[in-house]
Design a protein around this ligand. Structure first.
Ligand SMILES: [Zn+2]
Length: 500
């Protein structure tokens, strides 16, 4: 048995979850569920990033404690576990003591290695971005291009991290795939970015500039900047501060799942930090793209922001989960359009999957009194094996979209099998034995469809399993056989057709 530790990026709590969060959480959830079903010792972490100037300013505007704001907003992200049917084992919040202790320890280790030093930093600081903006990146009016606000000219004492020292080692890790970056195009992008070497990075802020964060060990006039505070969550959550058994068991992470905009931080700064502190580096970084809405960048002013919670409320978590996994290229940009949502829902979930389940259950009722016929030995595994192999390759290569395609091919196979065999004609001809074989094999195809959809649309999987009377374990790692003579139950349509 091997272990599988997967993380998402922690979400910043200054705004409610958007469809990009939903995409990332569901992708990570699919991977975690897949590995659990394969009996890997799986650990799935997500969480919230709760420090920084933005939440501090929001709280000040509202006249409440910053902790209250982050508590309220974190609650919304925590509730996604239930809403999106996520199976995360833990949820880290960067305001928790376990996190602060681990972040400080990591800092101290880096300091012991001689990689933290003090220097003066001068630059244009945008509060909205919580970052210094290079002169060349300001717009023609000298404003932050994102916030259309004039940045503050700041000169301050910072601690710096000697990232430059690790450039060659980081490059080597990426080139050799010791740190595997998926897809390949992102690996090349990162190698280009490293180019001749990485620069040292500012690693703290004076408390006047950043009043809401973790104090720098040994200097409480300084607060850790986002790198030491946020990236460290992946180890602090699993017990880095005490080097617990739990930490030793799960670290290094098998996959950090992130959006393309934060690749450089994860494949650069984070890796350098770990190397400096003498901690193993993660095995892989999987990078997904951005989701547009109806062909445009999502923005409040365009009024095209997709609210994942609204979709779950109207169509169910599985409909949203399936659409995001099926429609958005797993490691690239994609578009969320309502028209496509309805098309995919109707053609694949209602007509494809729903119809196959309905046909098999109805025919079992009609020709076999709703009992699983005695045709054990008519297993369909060999006929479907090529699909399972493709599915495994796709899942391991971070191509969840392809796994959805395989699922649809198996569903088509099942529907076509019934069309070819025509049990309704065999029944008229009195060929009962053949009818029973067709029914048994169709039920078995459904059982395999359930195995394949379990990581992607787990609630739907459970409903079908219940209809078939198959016993499975909570994490789907134990998947029972059809029980001859067992009752096959009718149920409401899994996915009622939507109006176009
Ligand atoms: Zn800005």
């Amino acid at each position: 048995m091997s272990k599988f530790y997967v993380t998402t990026a922690i979400a910043y709590v200054n705004a409610p979850p958007h469809i990009g969060h939903a995409l990332e959480f569901i992708q990570a959830d699919v991977l975690a569920r897949y590995h659990r079903a394969k009996k890997d010792d799986t650990y799935f972490l997500t969480g919230t990033d709760e420090h920084g100037v933005k939440v501090y300013e929001i709280a000040k505007e509202k006249g409440v404690e910053t902790q209250q704001i982050v508590d309220e907003n974190a609650e919304i992200f925590i509730s996604l576990k239930e809403i999106l049917e996520l199976s995360n084992d833990d949820f880290i919040r960067t305001t928790q003591d376990r996190h602060k202790a681990g972040a400080r320890k990591l800092w101290e280790k880096m300091e012991e290695a001689g990689d933290i030093y003090k220097d003066t930093y001068k630059g244009n600081y945008c509060v909205g971005c919580e970052a210094y903006i290079a002169e060349k990146d300001l717009d023609e009016n000298g404003m932050c291009p994102n916030h259309k606000k004039k940045p503050k000219l700041l000169e301050e004492e910072n601690y710096f991290f000697r990232l430059s020292k690790y450039s060659d080692k980081i490059r080597e890790a990426i080139e050799s795939d010791r740190l595997k970056i998926v897809p390949e195009s992102r690996k090349n992008e990162m190698l280009n970015l490293i180019g001749d070497g990485l620069h040292d990075v500012s690693f703290s802020r004076p408390k006047e500039v950043l009043p809401w964060g973790i104090d720098v060990p040994g200097d409480d006039s300084q607060v850790m900047y986002v790198w030491g505070d946020a990236l460290s969550n992946y180890i602090t959550a699993i017990g880095y501060s005490a080097e617990s058994e739990h930490f030793k068991k799960y670290w290094p992470a098998d996959v950090h799942l992130i959006g393309k905009d934060i690749l450089r931080f994860h494949a650069g700064i984070w890796i350098g930090m770990l190397m400096s502190a003498g901690v193993e580096i993660p095995r892989a970084i999987y990078v997904h793209g951005f989701v547009t809405s109806e062909g445009h960048k999502m923005s409040k002013s365009l009024g095209n922001v997709v609210d994942p919670l609204e979709y779950v409320e109207k169509y169910g978590a599985d409909a949203l989960r399936y659409f995001l996994m099926r429609e958005i290229p797993t490691a690239d940009d994609g578009d969320f359009s309502h028209g496509r949502f309805v098309d995919v829902y109707n053609s694949e979930l209602a007509n494809g999957l729903g119809n196959l389940v309905n046909r098999v259950v109805m025919m079992t009722e009609k020709y076999a009194k709703s009992r699983v016929p005695n045709k054990a030995g008519s297993d369909v595994y060999e006929d479907l094996k090529e699909y399972f192999d493709k599915y495994d390759v796709a899942m391991k290569g971070f191509d969840i979209k392809e796994t959805c395609d395989v699922v649809m091919r198996v569903i088509d196979y099942g529907n076509k099998y019934l069309d070819d065999k025509k049990p309704w004609i065999l029944a008229k001809e009195g060929k009962d034995d053949e009818v029973m074989e067709v029914l048994y094999r169709s039920l078995d195809i459904l059982r395999y469809v359930c195995m394949l959809i379990a990581p992607i649309i787990p609630a739907t999987c459970r409903k079908i399993i219940d209809q078939l009377g198959i016993e499975v374990s909570e994490d789907f790692s134990e998947f029972g056989e059809l029980k001859v003579g067992g009752n096959v139950k009718k149920a409401d349509a899994l996915f009622p057709r939507l109006e176009e």
